[in-house]
Design a protein around this ligand. Structure first.
Ligand SMILES: Cc1cc2nc3c(=O)[nH]c(=O)nc-3n(C[C@H](O)[C@H](O)[C@H](O)COP(=O)(O)OP(=O)(O)OC[C@H]3O[C@@H](n4cnc5c(N)ncnc54)[C@H](O)[C@@H]3O)c2cc1C
Ligand SMILES: *[C@@H]1O[C@H](CO)[C@@H](O)[C@H](O)[C@H]1NC(C)=O
Ligand SMILES: *[C@@H]1O[C@H](CO)[C@@H](O)[C@H](O)[C@H]1NC(C)=O
Ligand SMILES: *[C@@H]1O[C@H](CO)[C@@H](O)[C@H](O)[C@H]1NC(C)=O
Ligand SMILES: *[C@@H]1O[C@H](CO)[C@@H](O)[C@H](O)[C@H]1NC(C)=O
Length: 518
């Protein structure tokens, strides 16, 4: 909470508007090293480009609903290149915006830098360096431009693995740590940002600092979930554990939402339980599989679909239990006990036994399949929410069984699974609900270029429903069109967020595509 002598939100807004007015660049040609005339700067020889192919590529992202052109793209080969670029902007009278771009898998131009410079982090990746594993410390020091799949590949060679994941692994360390990084492991291990021991961050002043819970802790927690607002993270020290060999991967189908959530909530409260827990909503739109995974045996598709048709909405609880040689025998018993204890529709349980890496990389198959059909680089009007536990049945009634059924346009994965607030740290920047347990809900839509707006409209309808019903729902991977939206998004954390912005990026240079400041 903000202290009493700190200005109120409305005062702060006035101050922000005032200061940003002061900072508006005065464009005289001789004093301002704008990106288009630093192209010849010796420090960046060959690394800074305004070639249309580079600029066009940096203008779009996975969402395919925005196109925001930078003036130039920096392909850094070292951390020093990024420091030099930020310093150049910070020291000049008319600073230019700068955004780190990881894998560009944002949905709404969050990694864009209109008329500024996009830093293509991936150009830093060098197969021979950039990841150092400490077996004794059980951590890896990783350049943040690496993809999670690449880190997994490297650590598995040593029999080790990070513990907290996203569903899809072709995302950079820097990109997911700037948001949170959630998946079915979050209930047990916390989000990815709770599994980081140390960071190197280049602030908006062009200063690099190592930070952790003990050193520069304010910067450490600011950067975790910080939406790129406080610095460019260049290195992260990620916790590791011994890697399991295999996973039992199960799905249980439910027709009753309260049975479904009751089982989910019970399972995440058991400390020695499962390694992964998610859930999804299944609607009457063709086969039960979707691009996230091919799972159900084809011979069962018909009976699953007929159950969906009968109930219109059904739910799928998805869990995994890791095991290896030593736990091979006990795991079957545990799975049996688990199945007995759950209130799914008898007969609708599915089990797969897969390698650990195949389990973690399960979304890749779907991606390659969509790519082969030209259905990957299409608009993705996604919506991700955190819904407090106390509101989840109203959400089911009003959204899944209300808006979504009525409109009957939603296809593709629709995720709903709970996590525990205690696994997050209050000082981190990601905004989460106040309640001890809250649900992640994801509408992961694939659309077409001529119809994506219908989905976006549906997203607005969902958001409006939650707002009118005062459900205290918070967006994950947030997008807000106005600053008022951001003030509401952060709630009591907003003051801290703004203070940190002035501390670490006073000229508002970094990640302007998040649309929070200016
Ligand atoms: C198919 C798919 C599946 C997904 N599944 C999940 C999931 O299961 N769980 C989940 O939590 N998320 C998921 N996401 C969302 C994903 O975590 C975010 O979109 C993430 O930002 C993508 O990483 P990126 O490397 O592409 O980041 P980018 O889109 O390149 O960047 C995202 C933001 O972070 C900033 N940024 C990037 N790198 C750095 C850095 N090194 N330092 C500081 N700021 C930086 C950028 O400026 C931008 O504002 C998914 C996305 C996709 C496309
Ligand atoms: C400044 O630069 C712009 C574009 O490069 C040019 O059109 C304009 O004439 C210049 N102004 C001065 C005062 O040099
Ligand atoms: C991971 O390793 C496997 C082989 O072990 C390889 O086929 C694959 O290309 C690697 N993936 C990445 C992204 O490095
Ligand atoms: C972080 O530091 C604080 C204060 O120094 C300490 O109380 C806390 O236990 C530390 N937390 C972690 C996760 O190390
Ligand atoms: C919903 O849309 C699908 C086609 O996408 C159609 O087959 C189905 O009949 C529709 N359901 C209702 C209730 O209108």
């Amino acid at each position: 909470m903000a202290s009493n002598n700190f200005p109120s939100q409305s005062h702060l807004l006035v101050i922000i508007i005032f200061i940003t007015t002061l900072l508006t660049p005065i464009t005289t040609n001789n004093t301002s090293p704008q990106p288009w005339n630093i192209l010849s700067n010796d420090n960046f020889a060959g690394k800074l480009t305004s070639a249309s192919s580079s600029v066009e590529a940096a203008a779009i992202d996975f969402g395919h609903v925005t196109k925001i052109l930078p003036s130039a793209v920096l392909n850094p080969s070292s951390v020093q290149d990024i420091i030099d670029l930020i310093k150049l902007s910070f020291d000049s009278q008319s600073s230019f915006p700068i955004a780190a771009r990881g894998h560009g898998h944002s949905f709404r131009g969050q990694a864009a830098a209109k008329d500024g410079v996009v830093v293509n982090m991936r150009s830093m990746v060098n197969e021979d360096r950039g990841i150092k594993v400490s077996r004794t410390g059980l951590y890896a020091d990783v350049d943040t431009a690496w993809l999670w799949i690449e880190v997994l590949n490297k650590t598995l060679e040593l029999g080790l693995t990070p513990v907290s994941w996203t569903d899809y692994l072709y995302l950079t360390i820097g990109g997911t740590l700037s948001n949170g990084g959630i998946s079915g492991q979050t209930s047990r291990y916390g989000p990815q940002i709770s599994n980081v021991l140390e960071l190197d961050v280049i602030t908006g002043k062009g200063e690099i600092a190592t930070c952790s819970n003990d050193t520069n802790s304010d910067l450490f927690y600011a950067a975790l979930g910080g939406l790129g607002q406080f610095g460019i993270i260049t290195r992260a020290r990620i916790k590791l554990e011994l890697a399991p060999k295999r996973a039992k991967w199960l799905r249980f189908l439910y027709t009753d939402f309260s049975e479904f959530t009751r089982d989910q909530e019970r399972l995440i409260s058991e400390t020695d339980g499962l390694h992964f827990l998610e859930g999804s909503v299944m609607l009457d739109h063709g086969p039960p599989d979707n691009w996230r995974s091919t799972y159900y045996p084809p011979s069962d598709h018909l009976r699953i679909v007929s159950m969906i048709k009968r109930y219109r909405v059904i739910y799928c609880l998805e869990v995994a239990k890791y095991y290896d040689e030593t736990s091979q025998h006990s795991v079957n018993e545990e799975i049996e006990k688990l199945s007995e204890s759950l209130n799914y529709v008898r007969g609708f349980v599915y089990e797969k036994d897969v390698t650990y890496i195949d389990f973690l990389n399960r979304v890749r198959t779907g991606e390659l399949n969509l790519k082969s059909k030209g259905q990957w680089d299409v608009p993705h009007p996604w919506l991700n929410l955190f819904v407090p536990k106390s509101q989840i049945s109203r959400f089911d009634y009003g959204v899944f069984k209300g808006i979504i059924l009525r409109n009957n346009i939603t296809t593709g994965p629709l995720l709903v699974y709970p996590m525990k607030r205690i696994m997050w740290n209050d000082q981190m920047s990601t905004a989460i609900p106040e309640e001890d347990v809250f649900y992640a809900v994801g509408f992961l839509r694939s659309a077409e270029f001529d119809n994506w707006e219908a989905y976006d409209k549906e997203n607005m309808e969902v958001l409006k429903f939650c707002e009118d019903a005062k459900m205290d729902v918070i967006q994950y991977l947030p997008y807000h069109a106005s600053q008022e939206g951001w003030v509401r998004h952060f709630g009591p954390m907003w003051n801290t967020f703004v203070e940190r912005k002035y501390r670490y990026d006073p000229k508002m240079i970094l990640s302007p595509g998040q649309n929070i400041f200016r």
